[in-house]
Design a protein around this ligand. Structure first.
Ligand SMILES: Nc1nc2c(c(=O)[nH]1)N[C@H]1C(S)=C(S)[C@@H](COP(=O)(O)O)O[C@H]1N2
Ligand SMILES: [Mo]
Length: 343
């Protein structure tokens, strides 16, 4: 298997470039330019910082030059985990996000997170482990072999995507640290940096969440083959809005469990508090397994809108599957549990 590493020099390109070349026919592209010109936005926008320009241009479907630059990653395909559903285009994956540290609107992270500094970074693995670990930015991409997996991703708000992630199994990372027998749970924590994350400074902008954003898993869930640590998507390092430089991905659970931009992983003997559960315990459980039969108190979970090339407006409504279609891999984790009680 190829060791993940950066291809130096030529690979540096703004995440932007892939987005448009990939999905936008040239004709649509140039008509957008005309609209922007006719509105006289061109000259005004030119004087604004890149990420603000991106926000303005995005109103027209996505033009502009975000400040954030990604790098191409080397990885091996894991053929065992390739959802056959049509992939959500890169341009949609990075423009429709939930990352309340940067605002609650779906485009807020794309606009507000572009200046986010991801290097240097430190991810600590501590608690009930034999060898506490510190991974710096470079180690995130080199400590473990990088692999690619295409997963379905289902938000509790009933939209979904299909995303090719790059990273490594969470179990591999935990094994490096040596999990002690007394460990029963894993707690995750996002960076707390109100200077960089406006949602952490402003309660309204941050959606009322008590920061830092925290999440957790039972140890057997964390050790399941599907539990993934992502450092990239498509063939690039993560952009800030997707949780750069490192996030968790749990495809059988609602999206809020897939915590972004993490700095701490702690092995514990007790169940840790989790952000959405603390905010509204009757609406968001600790387990949060995708389940079409257990509705959210305010909406049905029986179906979802799958975001494809046409974005949210053109998204097709499809049936939601138990455990998001991953029952074969994870159902055994919950044998004997009432999934209505443990939602
Ligand atoms: N730190 C942090 N992690 C987070 C969130 C957040 O607001 N803050 N939002 C969650 C929610 S609700 C979802 S649906 C997914 C969205 O991931 P995506 O934007 O990459 O699709 O991230 C999850 N992880
Ligand atoms: Mo979500």
């Amino acid at each position: 298997m190829t060791r993940g590493k950066f291809i130096k020099g030529i690979s540096k390109r703004p995440s932007w470039e892939i987005a448009d070349n990939e999905v936008t026919p040239q004709s649509v592209f140039s008509s957008r330019r005309k609209i922007i010109k006719s509105l006289g936005l061109g000259s005004i926008a030119a004087s604004l910082p890149g990420y603000v320009q991106a926000g303005i241009f995005d109103l027209f479907g996505g033009e502009g030059q975000p400040d954030f630059v990604t790098s191409t990653l080397q990885f091996a395909n894991n053929t065992q985990f390739q959802a056959t559903d049509e992939k959500t285009p890169y341009s949609k994956v990075i423009r429709h996000n939930n990352f309340y540290e940067f605002g609650t609107g779906k485009q807020d992270p794309y606009v507000n997170a572009q200046g986010f500094k991801v290097n240097p970074w430190q991810l600590n693995i501590s608690g009930l482990v034999d060898k506490p670990l510190q991974l710096d930015y470079q180690a995130l991409f080199s400590k473990l072999p990088l692999e690619q997996r295409t997963y379905r991703f289902r938000c509790v708000e009933a939209w979904s995507m299909v995303i090719p992630w790059i990273g490594f199994p969470l179990a591999s990372l935990l094994k490096l640290a040596g999990v002690q027998p007394s460990a029963k749970y894993v707690a995750f924590e996002t960076l707390f940096d109100p200077e960089q994350m406006p949602g952490q400074r402003n309660r309204l902008m941050g959606g009322g969440i008590h920061y830092p954003y925290v999440e957790g898993l039972r140890l057997d869930e964390a050790m399941n083959d599907l539990a993934f640590v992502a450092v990239g998507l498509y063939d690039q390092t993560l952009t800030p809005q997707s949780g750069a430089p490192v996030r968790i991905v749990l495809p059988w659970k609602y999206g809020f469990k897939s915590i972004k931009s993490i700095v701490n992983i702690r092995l514990l003997d007790k169940q840790p508090p989790t952000s959405w559960n603390q905010l509204a315990p009757n609406e968001y459980g600790f387990f949060a397994n995708v389940n079409p039969q257990v509705d959210h108190p305010r909406w049905s979970q029986a179906s979802e809108r799958r975001i494809g090339p046409g974005g949210m407006l053109a998204a097709e409504r499809i049936d939601t599957q138990l455990f998001n279609g991953y029952a074969e891999q994870v159902a055994n984790l919950y044998t004997g549990m009432d999934l209505r009680t443990y939602f």
